[in-house]
Write a protein that binds this ligand. Structure first.
Ligand code: KG4
Ligand code: ZN
Length: 340
């Protein structure tokens, strides 16, 4: 490797995953994620516990990322970190750690918007994965986000649709809670959905204008439906679990695809790139592939480890900003409500 190589350490701590990654130009050398199991027993992320766990995890996670990448701190060109959006207490751990490390090493500090990072993760170089061409539509779907973003260049993005209440992952997780499944419920609903009849039960889709989403009514519809059926048959859930999961999945995927179709029509853009934990879902993956045939879309799903919260996506944005000498100073602040 030549001396031109740029090494960036990326740090992510916006929610409940502490992650550190080392990138060499656009190639990931390491991507270490410490997920916080503590939240499972509460059925959702507890902010206080999250920031405490980040404090415990950050030093060993960074250490491991450097070790796996086989580089020393002295070789780093810059430190990139998530400045928002996210939970304030969680963001502060990564922000203060990144600031002091960059200061101590006298190297540039780069602040990264977590939502931009979910989209720019597609530009990590990986064998077998194509990088999108501009312009494209990015759809970020996870437990914390649901957005459709028009992407004209790396840092020329505009949110054209987003949820007005719950995120799509929450729709999965809250429905799962009603059904007595563990947290997060998305993966199990997905698994069972593939064994059930998607048309067994009908849930109405929320009516939201334009490209925005709403999922809070959906979870209530599932709750009322289950309560009603249980009154008639106490074993309704156990006897119909796969069909219920298939029907929930069918409705949720239908909502996402309807909005994508509308976004593609309104913008005239047919390249679509997804990210976030829900992009692991078999239903959305199949629907996107079908869209290639039916609507002439070109679709991109990144390697799974770069779709859920991870520092690899922070490191690639660090690299792209480094090329533009777009650095932050030591006064940079974490911002819980940072916008794209
Ligand atoms: O990106 P992520 O790991 O964390 C954030 O929320 O930022 O996403 C987690 C979310 C959870 O809501 C989980 O239920 C959902 O992604 N999820 C899935 C699947 N795998 C994970 N939802 C549906 N189908 C899946 N296969
Ligand atoms: Zn995220």
């Amino acid at each position: 490797m030549s001396s031109q190589n740029i090494y960036i350490l990326g740090i992510e701590s916006s929610c409940d995953d502490t992650s550190a990654s080392v990138i060499c130009n656009n190639v990931i050398l390491s991507n270490v994620v410490a997920s916080q199991k503590i939240h499972e027993e509460f059925g959702g992320v507890v902010p206080e516990l999250a920031s405490r766990a980040h404090q415990q995890n950050i030093v060993p996670v960074v250490h491991q990322a450097l070790k796996k990448a086989n580089i020393t701190k002295a070789q780093l060109s810059a430190i990139a970190f998530t400045s928002g959006p996210g939970l304030m207490g969680s963001l502060l751990v990564g922000t203060s750690f990144a600031k002091s490390l960059a200061f101590g090493l006298s190297i540039p500090l780069i602040d990264v918007n977590h939502m931009q990072a979910h989209i720019l993760a597609h530009f990590i170089k990986e064998e077998g994965f194509n990088q999108p061409t501009f312009p494209f539509l990015g759809m970020t779907i996870s437990g914390g986000h649901t957005q459709i973003v028009r992407v004209d260049d790396y840092f020329k993005m505009e949110v054209i649709g987003e949820t007005i209440d719950d995120a799509v992952g929450e729709a999965y997780d809250k429905s799962g809670k009603i059904l007595g499944l563990g947290y997060p419920a998305g993966p199990e609903i997905d698994k069972r959905a593939q064994l059930g009849n998607p048309k067994a039960f009908a849930f109405t889709k929320p009516k939201v204008d334009g490209l925005n989403f709403s999922f809070s009514g959906f979870k209530t519809a599932v709750l009322y439906f289950i309560q009603r059926e249980i009154k008639k048959n106490a074993n309704f859930i156990e006897e119909n679990l796969n069909d219920i999961c298939a029907s929930i999945q069918y409705t949720i995927i239908g909502i996402l695809i309807d909005k994508l179709k509308l976004a593609a029509k309104q913008t005239g853009i047919s390249h679509i790139a997804i990210g976030g934990g829900v992009s692991a879902n078999s239903g959305i993956r199949k629907a996107l592939k079908d869209g290639e045939q039916k609507f002439g879309w070109t679709t991109y799903v990144p390697k799974f480890e770069y779709t859920t919260d991870n520092a690899g996506m922070i490191a690639i944005v660090g690299y792209l900003k480094y090329l533009e000498s777009d650095f932050a100073d030591q006064n940079v602040m974490a911002s819980a409500r940072l916008k794209i």
